[in-house]
Design a protein. Structure first.
Ligand SMILES: C[S@@+](CC[C@H](N)C(=O)[O-])C[C@H]1O[C@@H](n2cnc3c(N)ncnc32)[C@H](O)[C@@H]1O
Length: 351
């Protein structure tokens, strides 16, 4: 089984409430999703997305007991907005991304994610996608491979590894690749297996992980109701950097370079950081689940922007919400109170 990472911290960061609606963009085998459904009961709803059709079937079996409260979709979270529009699932109270791959995928001896098993170099989350890790390894030029391993694997031996790989081609299996990398950096000591970083780089490249993440975070904001929470768990520094920079930028009113004398960007903050500090697993969790050791959780709350203030101003006169929104269970006393204060401040402000 895959053990969900930072489970308690995730539920707290999402501020899961009974009757709330949540999206798990990486539902995996449904560990976090089950906890969200439990906590949001009665009346909670969850939309679970996963790009891997085998994984979604595992989640379906696990979450069957929640009946119509859960909707599972085999899709790429890069299409988050379209999915939510298609299934009329917005605005929502919380959106979760638990990035990377699950233990079920890593420990599958046929999918090629791990060098613990001899398997074809595949690494696709989505088996209907054409490009596999073997395609990248056997068709890229030496400099392309070196760049890929250096950038996505952050491996300082990237040039030597790429050189050896090109000499050993064709390379079709995980063990052949792992042995090639061992030979390439023979004698150099590291605390992790020498193939770890190259395998990470290949997985990121095959599945376009970083590109999809950036786009999906942007879409997530537009789907969150006011006060809704965005929670992201990442497992390596490249992902975490994207999440950190995204949240910090969206929490600022101006993103002009510091040298600009007056603001020309017109950017308005749409998020407020729940905490400036990243949340990491406790020593006890790492001992129980060593795969959690690199996890970093970041969370932010969707705040009302000036444009939204203008939009909501009319409908908020008399503090009534649009009927559709209320009918979907969006109304929460704390949020209503928050809106009331915002509008009162608005009416007394110069704008
Ligand atoms: C760490 S696992 C999630 C585990 C899950 N939270 C649980 O408790 O079981 C990450 C999942 O994200 C999925 N995934 C990765 N990239 C995706 C994408 N672009 N769109 C949708 N799902 C994706 C993977 O297939 C994998 O199942």
């Amino acid at each position: 089984m895959h053990i969900p990472v930072l489970l308690k911290e995730t539920i707290e960061a999402l501020d899961v409430q009974p009757g709330g609606r949540y999206i798990d963009c990486t539902v995996g085998s449904g560990g976090h999703a089950a906890a969200v459904l439990e906590q949001s009961s009665p009346g909670g709803q969850l939309l679970g997305i996963d790009i891997d059709p085998k994984t979604i079937e595992i989640a379906r079996a696990r979450l069957e007991a929640y009946g119509e409260s859960v909707l599972l979709i085999n899709e790429n979270f890069a299409n988050l907005q379209d999915i939510c529009i298609k299934y009329d699932f917005f605005p929502v109270h919380g959106i979760l991304f638990d990035l990377g791959l699950s233990s079920l995928q890593l420990n599958n001896d046929e999918r090629g994610f791990s060098f613990q098993y001899d398997a074809p170099l595949d690494m696709r989350f989505n088996p209907s996608q054409e490009v596999t890790a073997a395609n990248i390894i056997n068709t890229s030029s030496e400099s392309e491979l070196a760049n890929l391993i250096g950038t996505y694997g952050e491996d300082r031996h990237s040039r030597q590894i790429a050189h050896y790989i090109v000499q050993q081609r064709p390379i079709k299996t995980t063990l052949h690749l792992a042995h090639t990398i061992e030979q390439a950096i023979r004698g150099r000591r590291d605390r992790i297996h020498p193939a770890t970083r190259t395998f990470q780089a290949l997985r990121i490249a095959v599945n376009h992980e970083l590109e999809y993440l950036e786009g999906a975070l942007r879409q997530a904001i537009s789907l969150l109701g006011i006060g809704g929470r965005l929670v992201v768990i990442s497992y390596h520094s490249l992902e975490d950097r994207i999440v950190k920079q995204f949240m910090r930028r969206e929490a600022k009113d101006c993103i002009c370079p510091p040298s600009t004398p007056t603001c020309i960007c017109g950017h308005k903050s749409s998020l407020s950081l729940i905490s400036n500090k990243v949340i990491t697993p406790s020593p006890a969790e790492i001992q129980f689940n060593p795969r959690s050791r690199s996890a970093k959780l970041r969370a932010a709350e969707h705040i009302i922007t000036r444009n939204e203030q203008l939009f909501y101003h009319d409908i908020a006169e008399g503090l009534c919400f649009p009927a559709g929104v209320e009918a979907k269970g969006w109304r929460r006393p704390a949020l209503v109170e928050k809106l009331r204060r915002t509008f009162e401040a608005l009416q007394s402000s110069s704008f």
